[in-house]
Ligand binder design. Structure first.
Ligand SMILES: Nc1nc2c(c(=O)[nH]1)N[C@H]1C(S)=C(S)[C@@H](COP(=O)(O)OP(=O)(O)OC[C@H]3O[C@@H](n4cnc5c(=O)[nH]c(N)nc54)[C@H](O)[C@@H]3O)O[C@H]1N2
Ligand SMILES: Nc1nc2c(c(=O)[nH]1)N[C@H]1C(S)=C(S)[C@@H](COP(=O)(O)OP(=O)(O)OC[C@H]3O[C@@H](n4cnc5c(=O)[nH]c(N)nc54)[C@H](O)[C@@H]3O)O[C@H]1N2
Ligand code: SF4
Ligand SMILES: [Mo]
Length: 868
């Protein structure tokens, strides 16, 4: 068997993978040494992709309601309901909500169907929540949505500024590449993030600015560069247009002291940043959600781009603003025009664009104006203006802001279709029709990564059940709606060729996106396609995609901070964990990935926690004007005072708590429509419980926690089963309802309030339930290891005879190395570094995702040694 070259399912780094099928539903995964994005490296998520390709929880058949239906019946129903709705209420009464996790070919067909044939632009994508502010910022500055950077620039830069990006966790292979460059050439790293994340561990400087003040910070930087004589007058004169009074405005209030006050930063740190930036022409400013997910996102993007334009740090090796993308095909979606506000092939809704694309598609009815952006789209559904919705490859019941209102909208919508790979998600629960999509490892097509590099995703496993590729599902609906020729595709390569041709159509240098040399790929060439980057080094010749060829400096001003409200004294910031992907529908299947963060935490500064009465590891309720949810408290000295942080990953399908989507407010940036996920007024309150415990079940890792009387029930996958962490009120005896049938052994001590129950089936362990009112609970690992093993009453001790196993939280997912072992190894050695820990324990020597965490532990231990 030879390995199949494909691309990772997850983030926008776009790592190449060698996948070797090892059985009907399994594969071995390795990094592709020949892929230019990763050169053989993979992070923890990519490394463990093999754990997520089983059939557990998969949607394998088209479903109408809860009944299995054949494809014909399901597709006919979808086509008929959309046709009828359009006939009765017009094309704008229907919508598609799609995703940066579709392949370019899927995305192209969905966009063509909606914008060229249905005749509405009501197709928007979860990329609206992700990088639409970057798109709007690029369009304002460059006249086209171009990311003017490559990973090579990270190797060539002397200074890398990471703004609003937890690169170490969210783009780990880019982070490793930055670290490698740093080791080799001493690249300086500055992190700008209100939280001290693991990305800060190896940085030269961390600016923990007040959230929402990036415009002031960047304007101040530009004013500083101007004072230092760094504004590139020739470059400006030839290639950049600045509106009148642009420079005058910068002169007011942009002295160091004013900026330090606005951003709440030590002036000395600010000075260091400005000096280092001024002294280092080869600078890359890499940014992601801390910049984009703001109600000032577009202005924040332009504040960064302005600095690069004015100092001529663009279009040269090692110098660029770099909007790094989140999803594997966020960029492909931009290329085909998946946003409601763009058309296709980097075109907009100008008369000429509409006419030309319409001619190219032989479109029956072209959309002539932008459609509704995601948040507005769901509002229109709630108000009954949109009456039929098709959701593909995204989970809006979890991931849109103010998710409770989104659920109400889905509930009231007369017709909801969901294409997904999983049978039960928080969104599929609202679907009238569920369509089984081919998953990663089964589908074929292309994705474009953050640096405009197009790579093939290839099928490694056969399609299970009746699952079909997304492009096939969409084109079948198009055909059944009456457009048989326009949607006659039989192979993804045909779609690719059409898409490539459209980028060249009437494009004599007007747009940089031009796939001229990839138009004539035969099916076999397409199958063998090597990763390639389009656009070269954008703007190297100083020509931009505006009518006069000049870029634009966009005047942006820092808005006043919002007034702190009495009932909402905290600000809620939200984001990601290292080893989980979004709503956990797939990473949640991996026992190894589950161990890094087993439960959703609310991170607060210890001083705030003390004031609010929040004990470490206790439960707390996070409340916002939109909703509330429970989290486990984590004291984090790296949090800013007044800020709380919660993860985006947990959904009803896994947990009663951790529901961040219910909390975020639906305010959006006025230019891009991107929600300001990083700032919601909130409060955090302690929650008392009568008992806590855990339940370990043999069998499926799926299914919502069904334990009664639980305030708190979170599920993670473990080898051979699932672990539920529980806490609640009232009599814990009610938990017995969650136990399977079998031989019951029990060791409970009502006087101490402990309950220990095990269920054996054929003498083998099927379940254990441990509950305590105020005592300790044993570590879970040994018990998990006993699942399906022959056991007797001694299992109720909760640990192996004699030995005490508690590895603590898992730091290294690859080798399962826990916190306790790492701390012990650090203490055992005099001079210790990350490599030494690797040599001693293996931790950090495989994918390397945990290396920043190990560095952090070493630093903490050193501090302890000095102070303690
Ligand atoms: N492990 C993992 N990796 C992922 C994903 C995942 O789910 N899991 N998802 C992928 C996707 S789709 C995306 S979009 C990317 C996101 O990647 P990132 O943008 O790196 O991730 P986030 O955790 O959302 O937010 C980044 C940081 O912005 C900071 N921030 C908040 N407010 C501000 C502010 O006002 N100013 C500044 N300067 N910073 C601020 C937050 O504290 C946070 O640390 O990750 C991708 N990679
Ligand atoms: N509060 C808060 N909310 C956020 C964010 C934040 O930082 N804070 N970040 C936002 C961002 S940047 C993003 S990108 C979104 C992500 O949010 P979502 O897009 O909602 O998250 P996913 O879990 O990736 O959803 C993908 C869905 O598609 C399914 N799927 C996987 N592969 C396929 C396939 O090939 N075909 C089909 N049809 N389905 C498939 C999965 O099972 C899953 O149900 O969340 C956003 N929401
Ligand atoms: S960095 Fe990790 S998640 Fe992102 S593409 Fe590479 S292996 Fe996949
Ligand atoms: Mo994203």
């Amino acid at each position: 068997m030879t390995a199949i070259r494909t691309t990772c399912a997850y983030c926008g780094v776009g790592c190449g993978i060698l996948a070797m099928p090892t059985g009907p539903r399994s594969m071995a995964i390795k990094g592709d040494p020949d892929h230019p994005a990763n050169r053989g490296r993979l992070c923890s998520k990519g490394t463990h992709l093999g754990e997520t390709v089983g059939l557990e929880g998969r949607l394998l058949h088209p479903m109408i309601g809860n009944k299995q239906a054949g494809w014909d019946k399901a597709l006919d129903l979808v086509a008929r309901r959309f046709r009828e709705t359009i006939a009765r209420h017009g094309p704008d009464s229907v919508a598609f909500y799609v995703s940066g996790q579709l392949l370019t070919e899927d995305y192209y067909v969905a966009n063509k169907l909606m914008k060229g044939f249905i005749g509405s632009a009501n197709i928007d994508t979860n990329s609206r929540l992700c990088m639409s502010s970057a798109v709007a910022g690029h369009q304002r500055a460059f006249g086209e949505d171009i990311v003017p950077a490559s990973y090579d620039d990270l190797d060539a830069a002397d200074l890398i500024v990471l703004v609003g990006s937890n690169t170490a966790w969210c783009h780990p292979i880019v982070y490793q590449r930055i670290m490698a460059a740093r080791a080799e050439r001493g690249t300086k790293i500055i992190v700008i993030d209100p939280r001290r994340t693991e990305t800060c561990e190896d940085a030269d400087l961390h600016l923990a600015l007040k959230p929402g003040t990036d415009v002031a910070l960047m304007n101040g930087l530009l004013a500083h560069c101007r004072r230092e004589g760094l504004v590139d007058a020739t470059f400006l004169a030839d290639h950049v247009a600045a509106p009148e009074a642009f420079w005058e405005a910068l002169e007011r209030d942009h002295d160091l002291w004013s900026i330090a006050k606005t951003c709440d930063l030590p002036p000395a740190d600010l000075q260091r940043f400005y000096d280092l930036f001024a002294a280092t022409p080869r600078t890359v400013t890499l940014f992601s959600q801390g910049i984009n997910q703001s109600i000032r996102g577009t202005d924040q993007v332009n504040a960064i781009v302005n600095v690069h334009l004015a100092t001529g740090r663009i279009g040269k090796p090692g110098a660029a603003p770099f909007s790094i993308t989140g999803q594997p095909n966020a960029m492909g979606g931009r290329e085909v025009g998946g946003l409601a506000t763009t058309l296709a092939a980097h075109r907009g809704f100008g008369e000429e664009d509409v006419a030309e694309v319409g001619r190219f598609w032989a479109a029956e009815r072209m959309a002539t104006k932008p459609g509704l952006k995601a948040v507005d789209m769901f509002r229109a559904i709630a108000e009954g203006r949109i009456k039929a919705l098709w959701v593909m490859a995204t989970n809006p019941a979890v991931s849109l802001p103010d998710a409770a209102r989104v659920r109400e909208a889905l509930e009231t919508c007369p017709f909801v279709v969901v294409s997904d790979v999983m049978a039960d998600t928080d969104t599929t629960r609202f679907a009238h029709v569920r369509l089984p999509a081919a998953a990663w490892g089964e589908k074929d097509g292309t994705v474009t990564n953050s640096e405009r590099r197009v790579s093939r995703q290839r099928a490694v496993l056969p399609l299970p059940g009746e699952a079909k590729p997304d492009w096939w599902i969409i084109k079948e609906v198009g055909r059944r709606m009456g457009w048989r020729t326009a949607f006659g595709y039989a192979h993804p390569a045909e779609i690719w060729r059409e898409h490539a041709r459209l980028t060249t159509y009437c494009n004599e240098g007007a747009r940089l996106l031009d796939l001229r040399d990839k138009v004539a790929l035969g099916n076999a060439d397409y199958d063998a396609l090597e990763p390639f980057q389009w656009g070269g080094t954008p703007f190297a010749d100083g020509r931009f995609s505006t009518p006069d060829g000049k870029a634009r400096l966009v005047p942006v001003v820092q808005r006043e901070a919002e007034a702190q409200l009495r009932d909402w004294p905290m600000t809620l910031n939200t984001g990601r964990y290292r080893d989980q992907w979004h709503t956990m529908t797939r990473t949640g299947l991996s026992p190894k990935l589950a161990r890094h963060r087993e439960e959703p935490l609310v991170e607060v500064h210890p001083a705030d926690a003390a004031e609010l009465g929040l004990e470490d590891r206790a439960l707390a309720r996070v409340v916002t004007p939109q909703g509330e949810s429970l989290f486990r408290v984590a004291h984090m000295p790296g949090q800013r005072r007044g800020e709380a942080f919660t993860p985006i990953h947990w959904a009803d399908c896994q947990s009663t708590g951790g529901r961040t989507g219910l909390l975020a407010r639906p305010l959006v940036d006025p230019h891009s429509g991107q929600p300001g996920f990083k700032m919601t007024p909130a409060r955090v309150e302690p929650v008392a419980v009568d008992w806590r415990g855990f339940l370990i079940l043999h069998g499926s890792a799926l299914g919502a926690p069904k334990a009664p009387h639980c305030l708190w029930a979170t599920r993670i996958a473990v080898p051979n089963g699932a672990l539920y962490e529980l806490a609640g009120e009232g009599d814990p005896a009610a938990l017995d309802a969650a136990l399977p049938r079998g031989q019951r052994i029990e060791a409970s001590d009502p006087s101490r309030g402990t309950r220990r129950v095990a269920i054996l089936q054929d003498g083998r362990l099927a379940a254990v339930l441990f509950v305590t009112r105020d005592g300790d609970l044993p570590a879970r690992d040994w018990l998990i290891g006993q699942l399906a093993q022959p056991q007797g009453p001694q299992v109720l001790a909760g640990r192996a005879p004699g030995a005490q196993v508690d590895v603590g939280p898992i730091i290294c997912a690859c080798f399962g190395v826990g916190l306790h072992a790492i701390v012990a190894a650090i203490r055992a050695q005099d001079r210790v570094d990350v490599a030494a820990i690797g040599a001693a324990l293996g931790a950090g020597t495989n994918c390397g995702s945990c290396r920043p965490a190990i560095a952090q532990l070493i630093a903490a231990e050193k501090k302890e040694a000095v102070h303690g």
